[in-house]
Write a protein that binds this ligand. Structure first.
Ligand code: 5GP
Ligand code: MN
Length: 326
């Protein structure tokens, strides 16, 4: 495990006057949960000014988390900040418009768990052994001597359960369970949380789910599953970008499937690709040549090309990887 100097990070956090906390575009449960958990830790440290900003809306299924109502859009925030902490992402170009709030006088701390070869930032804590960025925030909380509160626990628990798929994915460790036990012991209503985060859905998401399922085709003798969602699909279903989160897993559960790809058309020249792979195939590595990244079992990329071209380019890349398999 790489050495992470949490004490130095705590020192910098304590010394800062105006702190910006942010995460990646299209924020997921770990992004929102880790940003908010960290903001509660900083509150406990009596930081004078802490601003949480995310590009786009906080997905509805996370909007009830304590502090979510205080998350701002970048255009609503007033720089300068002397410190920016970017969580669950290590590259400023994935932070979107919020990166513009980072000026020359801002030092940048990265708290992340992606397989990232070249993280941005002045002080970097990136460790893929963490199942979620939220797990790293709990370690940071301990290093800062901040007692665990219910608000911190709630945010960190959502971060942990979303990024581990409720402790099912291969990134789940003994430590994930140990941390979860501490969080739940603060009195978290786990059934209620699971309903809000994983089960309940908007009508738009339900319609989109049906479209996604109908779009799935199996290739190469059932080793590859491919699903597509066009811009028209989202519009006609009255679904939002956040409604696509996790749909890919439905296809990845088909017996025999080793790689699942979801191509989501953003517009005529942009496609968001999601990739999931079984043991022995590294998703992040597969997408690294296409400008993407992520984790071993789950990765993504943004392809600046029309849908058909994106599908042929990415499929070729996946087939190369499968061919290199024993
Ligand atoms: P998802 O497929 O659920 O959008 O993302 C899966 C994983 O890949 C996440 O950990 C996410 O951070 C990463 N990821 C998604 N999209 C991109 C992208 O466009 N670029 C990079 N570098 N990583 C991505
Ligand atoms: Mn994460």
């Amino acid at each position: 495990m790489p050495e992470i100097d949490l004490d130095e990070i705590v020192h910098r956090l304590r010394a800062a006057e105006r702190v910006l906390i942010t995460s990646h575009i299209a924020p997921d449960g770990d992004a929102v949960g880790a940003v908010l958990a960290l903001s509660h830790v900083l509150e406990a440290l009596h930081q004078p000014t802490v601003v949480c900003a995310l590009e786009g809306c906080v997905p509805e299924r996370y909007a009830w988390l304590p502090g979510a109502d205080k998350i701002r859009k970048p255009e609503e925030c007033a720089p300068p900040f002397d410190l920016a902490v970017i969580v669950d992402v290590a590259q400023l170009d994935r932070v979107g418009e919020t990166a513009k709030l980072i000026t020359e006088e801002t030092s940048v701390i990265v708290l992340d768990h992606h397989l990232e070869k070249k993280p941005d930032g002045d002080l970097v804590a990136v460790d893929p052994a963490y199942a979620a960025a939220g797990e790293l925030i709990v370690d940071l909380m301990d290093a800062a001597g901040v007692p665990l509160t219910r608000d911190i626990a709630l945010c960190a628990y959502v971060a942990l359960t979303t990024d581990t798929g409720s402790f099912k994915y291969s990134n789940t460790t003994v430590r994930s369970h140990q941390i979860a036990a501490r969080l739940v012991a603060t009195g978290l209503p786990v059934t209620e949380i699971a309903r809000r985060v994983f089960d309940e859905m908007s009508q738009g998401r339900f319609r989109l789910l049906v479209r996604f399922v109908n779009s799935v085709t199996l290739l190469d003798g059932g080793r590859i599953a491919v699903g597509t969602l066009s811009a028209a699909d989202l519009a006609e279903c009255e679904a939002r970008e956040e409604d696509t989160e996790g749909l890919i897993n439905l296809a990845h559960n088909i017996r025999g499937v080793e790689v699942t790809m979801l191509f989501r058309e953003v517009d005529d020249t942009t496609v968001k690709l999601s990739l999931r792979s079984r043991e022995g195939l590294n998703s992040a590595e597969i997408l690294s040549t296409l400008g993407g990244g992520g984790h071993t079992a789950a990765a993504g990329a943004t392809l600046e090309m029309p849908l058909q071209q994106a599908m042929s380019v990415a499929l070729r890349r996946v087939r190369e990887s499968l061919a290199g398999q024993p």
